[in-house]
Design a binder for this molecule. Sequence first.
Ligand SMILES: C[S@@+](CC[C@H](N)C(=O)[O-])C[C@H]1O[C@@H](n2cnc3c(N)ncnc32)[C@H](O)[C@@H]1O
Length: 353
Amino acid sequence: MVYYVRYLKPPKWEKKKKGSGYEYYIIALITITNDLGNDFLAEDAELCFTWVRHPQLQIKAQQLDDWEAGSRQLPVIMGPFTANMVGDGEACFKAQVLEIGEDRLKTDKAPLVVAGFSAPFSKSKAAPKLVERQFYVGDERSTRFKIWEETGNSIARHLWDAALASIMFLNDVTKGVDVGMPALNQLLTSPRSSPLQVIELGTGCGMVGIGLTTMIENCEVLLTDMPEAEEIVQRNLDQSKPKANSVAKFQTLDWAEPPSELCDKPLDLILVSDCTYNSDSQPALVSCLERLVRSSPDALILVALKRRHESEAVFFELMATAGFVSQQANVKLPTQHDESDEIQMYSYRRRAE
Ligand SMILES: C[S@@+](CC[C@H](N)C(=O)[O-])C[C@H]1O[C@@H](n2cnc3c(N)ncnc32)[C@H](O)[C@@H]1O
């Protein structure tokens, strides 16, 4: 289980009277929790806070502080700085675990605590309630992407561990690593004369589909979710840097009523990350998958899930009844006290008649 630096109160400038003038501090309230927000990092960690000039990315100041096991939140007070130093421009703030450095998504190398970058703020403008995650993938620092999520508790506008694991897994697959799913390896490594057609269901912030476009060329990804996800996905699309001839866009799709033009779209790959947590919505999800593969019988479905409770077994039963057969692999994520956690990956395909 990975932990994430979150802003309970996003950073802002606070000024205090000093002699005949003022001095300035960045103040914020952070916490470090798992994706569900119900478990706090329970080991000591040395944190590094960085004030960066926006958009030049010039580091203005850094400060260390300690997260102590048992904490639920940590107030940040960084400063004092003079009015001259602060200026009228915009600032960004980053909170990270010192020893982790950059957040890298690679099998067996994922960060235990994902750093949190604030949105820009200034003396006259507070930072919106958003946090940005910045990742690089595999061994190539050139394969990078950034994903915004909300600081609140929305399920859709939020990142989940299965999305991180999906990126680590897809990176291995695209590099030709044998993950025990030969059809998926072939699909993502064979030369293509036309773009690979991908749809992602329940995309949330868009991390998996957007991440895929930064890893491979010649790939068209349609990110789908309920309408409440659109704004954050669009924000993430606007700053994405896909590889040559790859593109991603968003369209609303409710599993209960998939639009017919999408159901008839030819597809090679369907991505589903952390969408099996609610057994009530599983019949709609499985029937949507069935509907999508009706016109693309060779499409592969890649499902990433974190087993949370027994009721999720209904997904596997429904998929088997619908005639899907699967291959399974596991992706390890770090968790505290040097232990590891597993995200399960299933590659489904329609059973041959
Ligand atoms: C736990 S989140 C996972 C988000 C993202 N895939 C990830 O791994 O970070 C589950 C997602 O499924 C979406 N979802 C739930 N029910 C849905 C439905 N009936 N139709 C479409 N999307 C749905 C939610 O809006 C949410 O974005």
